[in-house]
Design a protein around this ligand. Sequence first.
Ligand code: XMP
Length: 520
Amino acid sequence: MSFQNLKEKIIIIDFGSQVTKLIARRIRDLGVFSEILTINDLYKIKDYNGIKGIILSGGPSTVTKKRYPSIPKEIFLKKIPILGICYGLQLIAKLFGGSIKSLKKKREFGRAFIFKKNQSLLIKNFFNIKNQSVWMSHQDAVIKLPKGFKTIASTKDSRFTIIENTQSKIYGMQFHPEVTHTVNGKEIFRNFLFSICKIKKKWHVISEKSRLINEIKKNVKNNKVICALSGGVDSSVVALLINKAIRKKLICIMVDTGLMRKNEFKYSYNIFKKKYKLNVRLINASKIYFKKLKNIHDPEKKRKIIGNLFIKIFEKESKRFKGIKYLAQGTLYPDVIESRSATGSQSSKIKSHHNVGGLPKKMNLKLIEPLKEFFKDEVRILGKSLGLIDSIRNKHPFPGPGLAIRIIGQITPQKIKILQEADHIYINELIKHKLYHKIWQAYAALLPMKTVGVMGDSRTYEYTCLLRAVVSEDGMTADYFNFPKDFLDKISNKIVNGVPGINRVVYDITSKPPSTIELE
Ligand code: XMP
C-alpha cells in the first residue's frame, strides 16, 4: 500500500535529523501530503510529475569533510522548489559554490534571535512578532554565500540564516522551522507550500479511509487475516479498518499477559466483541508470564521474555484456525522511518514487541500494515471516522511490555496488583480533573525500595510509588507536566490511603533528555 499514485506531494529527503518526522507532520497538518525519502529512494524516482516541492532535512553530517551525503545535481535543473533546513542549507550552499566552516566558538544550540534583512515570499507573517526567536542546532555555518543567492535573515552569530535564489526557486534556512520552539515556524511551511510550490490543499487523512479499505479488499480477497489486538489505538484502528473491508475473515487475538492496567483488557475485549462484533479470542496467559518473569531483574531480559512468549502464544492460538494468509499489524509511519537509516540501509529494528517481527516469516504469513504511512494523531482521526470510542482512541501510549517495565526489578503478582491499584487511582483522577488529555503520557511506577512510614500508631515499611506525566509531541523529547500543588497533594493522599503496600509517593520532575519517559 502506498501513496505513490497521489497526484501532488512534497518529498522530504532525510539526512538523519532527529526531527525530520516533524517536517512531514507540519506539511500534512497544512493539508498537503508529504513523504520522507532516503537518498537511495531519491535515486529511484523515475517520474517527478506530481512532486511539487523538495525539502532537504537536517542531519549529523558535515559538508566540510571530503565525503558527505548529497543529492544528484540534476534535481536542481528540474525547477522544482527546494528548501534546505540546517544540513540541507549547508549542502545547497556547498553544491552552489559557497563556503561552510565549523565554527566552534559561534555554534548555535537552542534559542536564537533572528533579524530580517530582506523581503521574501518565504517569510510572510513570520516576523510579525517582536524579538522573533528560532531553534538552532548547528556548529557548521555558511560563511560565504554562493553566487545568485541573497540573504533574507541573520542572527547575531550566523549571517546567512535564511537565504534564497528566487530564480532557481532554491531556499535555505539554518534553523529548524519544524520544531515548536521556533515561533511561527508553520508560516514558513505555509509560504513554501502555497506561495512558492503552489501546491493545493487537498489532502486529509479521512479521505484516505475508503482508499485503504479498497486496497485491503483488493489485496486480501477471500483470504483470512489474523491480528494481535492489544486494545491500544493502533491495533484497534487496524482491526476496525480490516473488519470494514473483509468482515468475517478477520480473526483477532488478545493475549492477556497480566501486565496490563487494572480491568483494561477485559473492558476492551467486551467493547470489541459486543460493540464492534469482531471475531476476537481472549487468551489469559498471566500465569505463564509470571512464571517466566520470576527472579528476572534486567529490563532488556524482561522485554525479551515478554516478546518471545507473546510470539509463542500467538502462534499456538493461530494454529486453531485454518487457511490464514495474512498478519495485520499496527505499524506506524515513525516506526517505518526509524527502522531504516538515512542512507537507506535497513540497519535498526522496530523496538515495540507488538510489531512482532519474527512472526510473518515463522508462520509463513504475508504482512498487511495499513497504517504504515500515518502518524499517531492521524490514526486517531482515522479511528474517529471508524467509530472507535474515545476512551480507546485518545488513550495515552502504553508500552508493549506493560507494567513489567514500570516495576523496577523483579515482577510478582502482588506487586502488579499494588501498581494496578495506584495507577488506576492516578489515571482516574487525571480524567476527573480534566488533565488526562493535556498530558501525552502518564503512569504510576513501583520503585524497588521500601521506606519507613507511620500510619496511626504503627510504623509501616512499604513501597514507594513514582508518578510520571509528560507532555510531548512524539515521545522523542518530553517535558514533565507541571501539576498544580493541590492535585499532587490529593493524589498522594488518595494513593497512600487507598493502596495497601504503598506509604510514599514521589513525582518525577525530569524531562527527556536527560531522562527517558519510562524508568526501565
Ligand atoms: P522512552 O522510555 O524510551 O519511551 O523515553 C518513549 C516511548 O516509547 C515507549 N516504550 C516502549 N514501547 N515497547 C513499547 O511498545 C517497549 O519496550 C518500550 N519502551 C518504551 C514509552 O512508553 C514511550 O511512549
